[in-house]
Design a protein around this ligand. Structure first.
Ligand code: SAH
Length: 351
């Protein structure tokens, strides 16, 4: 068992069960034993792989989408930002693809929001970073061109089971032999879930991400007041849909309560909660595959393919399929953009 398991078990024994959000926060970001605190989780040798790590094409078309929004909005001076940049691959591809957009790099300072010291070091080695932030609320008050890929799915969630007109929270307690186990709190009404009484029945489970509204509103306020756009890409849907907590280690699902700190923990993103939280306009929620196709990923794939042969060509074709096909990431992953009043939405997305 991990050291963090013993720390959490002692805390629960002394003070009682903890929420799933408390558990996830400790498992992912505990200052000494947290999953993101201690490692680079990405890539073939890691625990999971993300779209920018699959192919450079992902970041290239997203870079051109952000640059087009910047041109459409009159080339403002401001900020280019990313939430949870991982190894910096997505931003490196964005910067390479936009290097020939006159004035884009000169107008925008690069700001990152990143919690992991290991990943901060990887990002600083690859990117011309102006400032790294612990939280989105310290981003400058300026036009903001932002991307967040697989960031919101890493934020802690709480889970609630419907019981009459109230809710029982899924808590983490201890078994008789001191292993972590799920239980349910007593039922109580919850104002923040009133809107879910209409679309759930007894026994249904809903998820709530406590940090999401604050982060989205910080970003949306800047975009509404100063301009810019935010592309939020993640797996999830409109409204939370049952239990989506997932633990991954070495690219395989594992029990989320075994060995906290040693596996990635994620949950699907509730994009309706994103839309509710932003004071700016937001686009229609769009499948990743549709968005990338509209941005011209297939033409880009063909251009790159023309210089490839053999195994490189095969893996390039597989990467294109993986990013766009409905049976792979194309449908499961979705995109929503925040944008200001009086402007057109970013390319590939509809109001
Ligand atoms: N966007 C990257 C990495 C996704 S992994 C990609 O697509 O490859 C999630 C990223 O979010 C990591 O960089 C992780 O360290 C960061 N992260 C997770 N929780 C965070 C939090 N609460 N605050 C800031 N960064 C966080």
């Amino acid at each position: 068992m991990t050291r963090l398991h013993d720390i959490l078990a002692a805390r629960i024994a002394a003070h009682g069960p903890i929420t799933l959000a408390d558990y996830m926060a400790e498992a992912l970001l505990h200052p000494i034993h947290g999953y993101y605190t201690t490692r680079d989780p990405l890539g073939a040798a890691g625990d999971f792989i993300t779209a920018p790590e699959i192919s450079q094409m992902f970041g290239e078309v997203i870079g051109l989408c952000l640059a087009q929004s910047w041109l459409d909005q009159g080339r403002p001076k401001g900020v280019l930002a990313e939430l949870g940049p991982g190894r910096g691959t997505l931003m490196a591809d964005i910067l390479r693809a936009t290097a020939r957009v006159p004035g884009f790099h000169a107008a925008l300072d690069l700001h990152l929001v990143e919690a992991s010291p290991v990943l901060r070091a990887a990002q600083a080695a690859r990117l011309p970073v102006k400032q790294v932030h612990d939280r989105a609320d310290t981003l400058p008050d300026a036009p903001l061109f932002l991307v967040a890929n697989e960031f919101f799915d890493a934020l802690p969630i709480r889970q609630f089971q419907r019981d009459g007109t109230g809710w029982r929270e899924r808590m983490i307690g201890l078994t008789d032999d001191a292993a972590l186990t799920f239980g349910l709190s007593a039922a109580a009404p919850l104002a923040m879930l009133d809107h879910r009484l209409a679309d759930t029945k007894d026994g249904d489970l809903v998820e709530h991400c406590p940090a999401l509204p604050g982060i989205v509103s910080e970003i949306g306020q800047r975009i509404a007041a100063h301009g810019g756009t935010a592309l939020i890409i993640d797996y999830g849907d409109w409204g939370s849909q049952g239990d989506t907590l997932q633990a991954l280690r070495g690219h395989a699902p594992v029990d989320p309560l075994i060995d906290p700190g040693s596996a990635d923990l994620t949950a699907h993103v509730d994009f309706e909660a994103v839309a509710r939280a932003t004071p700016s306009r937001f686009t229609r929620l769009t499948p990743q595959g549709v968005f990338l196709e509209r941005l011209g990923i297939t033409q880009r794939a063909q251009t790159l393919a023309s210089k490839m042969t053999g195994a490189a060509l095969e893996s390039h074709i597989a990467a294109h399929r993986r990013l766009t096909h409905p049976d792979e990431m194309g449908d499961l992953f979705k995109v929503i953009a925040l944008y200001p009043d009086g402007q057109t939405p970013p390319a590939g997305l509809e109001p």
